[in-house]
Design a protein around this ligand. Structure first.
Ligand code: NAD
Length: 265
């Protein structure tokens, strides 16, 4: 029997929810009756079509706010928008993220700055805006999408690894600060998920290595993942829904590996 997470009537902000994991998590919350503020970049017509589809399928209110996760003022307005439009904010999912792969001495400075801003600092700006609202409500849930790279490193991903380790540290510190305010703060650390971002990497690697995509997946992309299987949207949604429900009330300051065994090795 599917769990009843008892989230109906709550309101959530999910950053970076116009694609991939963020969109899947926003849809999972909407399916549980949670009003949603979507956020993220992309084709405005596609974003509007997705917004309408999710609202029609689930019956909840769905808005899109275009805040750029590099802009503190816009981020503050994203959080204020949920409070303004829905009168509450129960759940914040910090998911927006970007990647760039290069050796440290060749790493473009603008890429370093963007990765740190979007993958780490944006969570500070959303959290600092959300906590006063959650404290006034006496309850709140914050889930930060880190990565297996928040727990272990790989070469050529220095900015991403630094940002994701930073996000795990930020998660723990915030959790301690609000532990007695009915608010939990946790991180999810996924291994590879087959999002549009990863599908592009598979195609690129297949071209540059002259390998079929199935071999790239098994020998390159999933080489670090002992179960040799992508993490799925449903697995991520299951863990997030647990964390944001009352069942997750005792879990805070945790960084959950969901990585097929990657970080156990
Ligand atoms: P994606 O590229 O499919 O989606 C990223 C989202 O972030 C999009 O909605 C995009 O518009 C948004 N975004 C990017 N820059 C932005 C900006 N400046 N302002 C506002 N929004 C912005 O990526 P994904 O694979 O779904 O990744 C989502 C999160 O999960 C990221 O934090 C990523 O690091 C993390 N993650 C992904 C994987 C994976 O294998 N895909 C594994 C571990 C962790």
């Amino acid at each position: 029997m599917p769990a009843d997470y008892r989230l109906r009537g709550q309101a959530a902000v999910v950053t970076g929810s116009t694609s991939g994991i963020g969109q899947a998590l926003a849809e999972a919350l909407a399916a549980e009756g949670v009003d949603i503020v979507l956020n993220g970049l992309g084709d405005p017509e596609q974003i509007e079509a997705d917004r309408r589809r999710i609202a029609a399928q689930t019956g909840v209110r769905v808005l899109h706010h275009p805040a750029d996760m590099r802009q503190p003022d816009q981020i503050a307005d994203l959080v204020a928008c949920a409070h303004r439009e829905f009168g509450r904010l129960d759940i914040l999912v910090n998911n927006a993220g970007v990647q760039h792969v290069a050796a440290v001495e060749e790493f473009p400075v603008d890429k370093w700055d963007a990765i740190l801003a979007i993958n780490l600092t944006s969570a500070f700006h959303t959290t600092r805006a959300a906590l006063p609202i959650m404290k006034a409500q006496g309850r709140g849930r914050i889930v930060n999408l880190a990565s297996a790279h928040g727990l272990v490193a790989s070469p050529f991903k220095s900015a991403y690894v630094a940002a994701k380790h930073g996000l795990v540290g930020f998660t723990k510190s915030c959790a301690l600060e609000v532990a007695r305010a009915g608010i939990t703060v946790n991180a999810i650390c996924p291994g590879y998920v087959k999002t549009p971002l990863v599908e592009m990497q598979i195609a690129d690697q297949a071209r540059t290595r002259g390998l079929p995509e199935a071999r790239v997946i098994d020998e390159v992309i999933l080489a670090a993942q002992p179960n040799r299987a992508f993490v799925t949207y449903d697995q991520l949604a299951g863990l997030m829904l647990y964390l944001v429900s009352d069942m997750g009330a005792g879990v805070t300051g945790a960084a959950y590996a969901l990585d097929g065994g990657w970080t156990a090795a």
